[in-house]
Design a binder for this molecule. Structure first.
Ligand code: MRU
Length: 368
């Protein structure tokens, strides 16, 4: 995607062919800044502090984290070192399964190579993971476009799509998942308008999705998280498309906290509720969404809100406390939407029903 006319991916190898560039997403939308990751520790912090976030991008960053970890070893490049690097990356965030998927893909390739060949092979594999992610997300966009086209063909009117959190290009290496069909619709000259949930507590909708859509010139309105149900009752939402951090092989969808409430409201109003995902987000080991580990983040994310000051002349980003000093907060970062509330899963191989048989018919290599 383009930022001020310059094409960007969300992660890249720097000119020294060793360190890794990322966009610091904690600074958006007020400032576009890039950061260079030089060590395994840098990669872990980038993931845990959410300089990078979004399931596919977390996976890609972890893959490069393995490279940085291996290339930072002074002499002893042992199997134990590789296992320790992988374990420390997997522990950075618990919910998005892409993290485990990418690290396991790196580990299983590298463990079978002689230690002296591992660094080069790691960089090649991380680059492959990134390139594949771009292709996969573009395919998701093409499949999801059909849903928007169908709606447009039926009404001839602007298609109004509600999305939650940020599953745009910033959440992936490029294109995004939930936003990819919307970018494709724009390219196909289909009029679309997006309802952007602000997505408290970290406001990924307000900070990131709105920024992506504004940059791309796509019509959108930011809404508070509680508005979706009302807008659906008013007939102002044609379609919901969200991303996911982990989807069970039975079609239960774990995504940013608040997704479940949108799915309930969509079901009550007969509005299609689709989930866009690369197959790396499917957890083939889990049948029940209740088993997905839900990340509990720092209470300060709830108690403080950050934004650009309208008051002081410096117009700096500031954090303000919104609750009494003595109030404590709970901050579960994800929830699970049961498969029965999901209309379909938009994958790189097509759209399928949220159940095991349909997923296996698209991904038969996972049949036992
Ligand atoms: O906590 P975040 O910002 O990493 O959460 C991101 C989401 O919930 C996205 O919807 C999900 O990762 C899908 S991204 C293609």
């Amino acid at each position: 995607m383009q930022v001020n006319g310059t094409p960007y991916r969300c992660i890249w190898l720097e000119a020294d062919q060793r360190s890794v560039g990322i966009i610091d997403q904690t600074k958006l939308p007020h400032s576009f800044e890039t950061v260079t990751l030089r060590t395994l520790h840098d990669a872990i912090i980038a993931i845990s502090d959410m300089l990078v976030r979004g399931a596919p991008l977390i996976g890609a960053t972890a893959a490069y984290g393995v490279c940085l970890g291996l290339s930072g070893l002074s002499d002893k490049n042992t199997d134990t070192c590789l296992e320790t690097i992988c374990a420390s990356l997997i522990a950075a965030r618990p919910t998005a399964v892409n993290l485990r998927w990418a690290v396991e893909r790196m580990r299983s390739l590298l463990i079978n190579l002689p230690p002296e060949k591992r660094v080069q092979a790691a960089y090649q594999e991380a680059a492959r993971i990134c390139d594949e992610d771009v292709q996969i997300n573009e395919s998701i966009g093409e499949h999801g476009l059909q849903l928007i086209q169908e709606r447009y063909a039926a009404t001839g009117d602007t298609v109004h799509i509600l999305t939650h959190c940020n599953a745009g290009w910033l959440a992936t290496v490029d294109w995004g998942t939930a936003l990819s069909p919307i970018f494709k619709a724009q390219q196909a000259d289909i009029p679309v308008h997006v309802w952007v949930d602000e997505t408290r507590p970290r406001n990924q909708g307000a900070h990131l999705t709105a920024w992506e859509l504004a940059s791309a010139g796509i019509a959108h309105h930011l809404i508070v998280d509680n508005s979706g149900g009302h807008l659906m009752q008013q007939g102002k939402v044609d379609l919901c498309i969200v991303g996911t951090d982990r989807t069970t092989c039975t079609g239960d969808v774990c995504n940013k906290i608040g997704t479940y409430l949108k799915a309930l409201a969509a079901a009550d109003n007969d509005i299609p509720f689709y989930v866009a995902l690369p197959s790396s987000t499917i957890d083939w080991t889990l049948e029940d969404g209740a088993e997905i580990p839900i990340e509990e983040r720092d209470q300060e994310e709830v108690l403080l809100v950050s934004g650009l000051s309208e008051r002081d002349e410096m117009h700096q980003v500031q954090q303000v406390r919104i609750a009494p000093e003595q109030t404590r907060a709970a901050n579960p970062a994800f929830d699970v939407t049961p498969a029965r509330l999901v209309s379909g899963l938009i994958t790189e191989r097509g759209i399928c029903a949220p159940n095991k048989e349909s997923l296996l018919s698209l991904f038969p290599e996972h049949r036992e």
